[in-house]
Design a protein around this ligand. Structure first.
Ligand code: KG4
Ligand code: ZN
Length: 341
């Protein structure tokens, strides 16, 4: 089955062609980061308009790259939520219109299920069951995964998502959007031990997270550095390192706890923050000690992309699921409500 996947939930237009027999044939991405950077974050209306502009040229591009024609496509998969409603509607209407015109089925995919399954596109995919840490700009969740659509939420962020905390901390120090990669880069030159940030909620047995306090801690530290006339370039690096260490250690502690409680030793990390090298290294060390394994996607499939949507949609289509012709998207959509396949 050849599936064309469209991702438009936020500020990336992603398009990919996935073949259930041959794997990923082509994928293309247009990132709107430069468009939103001047505003310090995503402007929803600009995002929607840009998706409209990019979608059809990207579809043509992946078809050309894969040497395929519209008539070869068996089905469409699009992100139906969660995300920005206007942006989601662009992908959903485009997918439903093409599906109608080509006489093929379409399926709406849950964005976080897309992220969760992205490591399945790698050479050594994880086997069910496993614990998944989903860390993106909008979500921080620990989930027990027994199969596609068999999700048990173990814990989640009570306030800011991990990626959001990276973005806000970067912004308050005058760094560019998105802040995750900026902080990760600066942290490499930070002075270990100059600042120590708290590890929020690690003294409690439950698996929920809270990251908003770290941003406040970073703000206070940044202001102290400014007031005392410190070298601000070095202060940025040192705060970046202390902040990243706090997030990474907090996530690692909770992952270890979730694995122990579930009796599993296989961990999947997915979403934009799973591209973070320090997080990968920490989790690899921890899973090594547990004689387990950590799985993640190549960096460009950690952040938003069309390949994960084409893959997730394909699995559900193969199981006989698809939508009617209505164009439905959801800004909020709990992943546990998805049907099992
Ligand atoms: O999954 P994603 O592309 O979009 C959402 O679904 O939200 O995640 C974007 C988030 C942003 O907050 C970005 O700062 C963060 O992922 N991110 C990172 C890194 N790369 C992206 N955070 C930490 N380290 C990175 N290397
Ligand atoms: Zn995402």
């Amino acid at each position: 089955m050849l599936v064309l996947g469209l991702e438009t939930s936020c500020d990336e237009t992603g398009v990919a062609l996935y073949d259930s027999e041959r794997g990923l044939l082509a994928d293309a991405l247009f990132s709107q980061i430069d468009l939103h950077r001047v505003y310090g974050g995503v402007v929803p209306e600009l995002a929607s308009r840009d998706h409209v502009k990019r979608m059809l040229p990207l579809i043509r591009q992946v078809l050309d790259e894969a040497g395929k024609q519209a008539s070869d496509i068996d089905a469409l998969a699009y992100t139906a939520g969660p995300g920005l409603v206007g942006a989601l509607l662009v992908g959903a209407s485009c997918a439903q219109a093409l599906a109608f015109a080509w006489g093929v089925p379409a399926i709406g995919v849950h964005h976080m299920e897309g992220h969760l399954l992205a490591p399945m596109l790698e050479e050594q995919p994880p086997a069910f069951p496993f614990v998944a840490l989903l860390v993106s700009g909008g979500h921080t969740q620990l989930v027990r995964v027994d199969g596609i659509g068999q999700y048990q939420l173990l814990g989640e962020s009570l306030d800011d998502a991990a990626g959001e905390a990276f973005d806000k901390t970067a912004k308050l120090m005058g760094l560019n959007y998105p802040g995750g990669p900026e902080i990760a880069k600066l942290a490499e030159q930070g002075t270990p031990g100059r600042f120590v940030f708290p590890r929020p909620m690690t003294d409690r047995p439950e698996l929920d997270f809270s990251f908003s306090g770290l941003k406040t801690f970073a703000l206070n530290t940044w202001q102290q550095c400014r007031d005392s006339g410190d070298d601000l370039d070095q202060a940025r690096r040192d705060i970046a390192l202390a902040f990243q260490q706090a997030v990474v250690e907090t996530l690692t502690i909770k992952c270890k706890r979730a694995l122990k409680q579930s009796g599993l030793n296989s961990l999947v990390i997915a979403g934009g923050v799973s591209a973070n090298k320090a997080l990968r290294e920490h989790l690899e060390r921890m899973l090594g000690e547990m004689k387990g394994k950590v799985f993640y996607a190549r960096p460009r499939f950690c952040t938003d992309n069309g390949a994960m949507i084409a893959y997730a949609g394909c699995q559900r289509l193969l199981a006989g699921q698809h939508e009617d012709l209505a164009i439905k998207v959801q800004a909020r959509w709990p992943m546990e409500s998805l049907p099992a396949i």
